[in-house]
Design a protein around this ligand. Sequence first.
Ligand code: PLP
Length: 450
Amino acid sequence: MSDGPSRPLPAPATPPVASQGRSSTRLDHYVDRYAARTQGMTASEIRALFSVASRPEVVSLAGGMPNISGLPLDVVGNALSDLVAQHGATAMQYGSGQGDPVLREQICDVMRLEGIEAHPDDVVVTVGSQQAVDLVTRIFCDPGDVVVCEAPSYVGALGVFRAYEVDVVHVEMDAHGLVPSALREALAAVQASGRTIKFVYTIPNYHNPAGVTLSEERRPEILEICREADVLVLEDNPYGLLGFDGEPIRALRADEADGVIYLGSFSKTFAPGFRVGWALAPHAVREKLVLAQESATLCPPAFSQMAVSAYLHSHDWQGQVKQFREMYRERRDAMVESLADLMPATARWNVPDGGFYVWLTLPEGLDSKAMLPRAVTARVAYVPGTAFFADGFGSRSMRLSYCYPTPERIREGVRRLTGVIEDELELRATFGAGGHLLDRGYEAPNTDLT
Ligand SMILES: Cc1ncc(COP(=O)(O)O)c(C=O)c1O
């Protein structure tokens, strides 16, 4: 066959508008074919905010990005270059579905700081603790199952529960964390209704978004309640080493090996970009998690795991965590001091002992979601409380993060936010209530965590 002179290709026919089908950019051709579970997959309120909140003129008290500016990048860079030079072929290869054995041993050393005695065999490395929440939900939950969560709860976990069509039942928290009597009642009520509770999802330390910590007195009681009800606990603890005073708090898992799955992460104590977290689970559950991990990713990224492992091995990582704690404490102080100086007397907030977040409750009648566009116009951003509830509550509250902006920017942000709140109060005094959620008269769980 000769090549011959090339013939010009015929011009592509333009399909008539009605038959444009898949190539149409205006309509989603597959709209009626998605699985039912995708209906629960909506952009989180935080994501929707990101584009605006990341503009330099806006003080963002919204995102929960760890502030890694203090990381010794030269040390990390050297560790990475050694890793490639000396172990590149392994680091860039597929690894084990359960995760790197050396890293799993180091993870056990990290957890020992919180009183956990664990075997590396029971650890599964995940792509951030976010993936651990996903895998646990994947292996336990069928559509319609119940997961019990604090009120409010972590927006990323709520997104996972929605995606698996799980029903979330919120349980009241107060300044000392999850309220034991409320938990007991909620478990009993759901079980009496014949529904299956798959686990209690809890963030005991420096809660996201509430900023509160479960008191030491309540911990055995919470475990006892779950044991009696035969309900598993999912303990999510990414901020555990970021307490501002004293030693790390003893984990729930330290006192209950069979009834708790513990989740940890290097995102807040090292860097989120490596996406390395883990689950420590009872032996049989661990096997299911590995199978789920293999079906999701084949294996967690070997390169990231070996990088984290090298960092833990070659650097004073605990000294680095101490520096992070001091930086976050300074920022926490800037936030709570400026709130105390500036906010109207009827606003309330808590003073967190660690982590990244303050939960602020607005004066009665204000709605944080309705107020957000005006706040962004005033160049300050926050996350409305409704993002942290599966059921629409939280409209009078908001999450304020102090982890990322400098103390000066935090003070400026609080000053702008106070101006917006004062304007809202004035508007309300002039024109009356605007029909906000809380005016509908149904009873919200306790979101006043002060
Ligand atoms: C309570 C909680 N759990 C899990 C995560 C996910 O962390 P990562 O996937 O980065 O480990 C976060 C992140 O903000 C969090 O606040």
